[in-house]
Design a protein around this ligand. Structure first.
Ligand SMILES: [Zn+2]
Length: 82
């Protein structure tokens, strides 16, 4: 059977995007993110340079609204306590 349409259809693209999302999630999941999110928040507060592990959190926070919420709550706490 030869492919009828060489270009990707919208559902195929969606599938690929989901696949990439899942791969990322496996590499760096929410529990790992939450483990380091306070560290990341402190880095943001002090303006220190991020190491590779912390930089992953930045990436994850962009993709994951749940962790971002957690991060923003932490930032508030840090700012209030500073
Ligand atoms: Zn997450």
């Amino acid at each position: 059977m030869k492919p009828q349409n060489p270009s990707l259809t919208a559902p195929q693209v969606k599938g690929l995007v989901q696949m990439i999302g899942l791969t990322r999630d496996r590499e760096f999941n929410c529990s790992e993110c939450l483990e380091h999110v306070s560290e990341y928040a402190e880095h943001q507060m002090t303006g220190q340079e991020l190491d590779a592990a912390i930089a992953c959190i930045e990436q994850h926070l962009k993709l994951c609204p749940e962790c971002r919420e957690e991060y923003e709550a932490l930032l508030k706490i840090l700012r209030a306590g500073a």
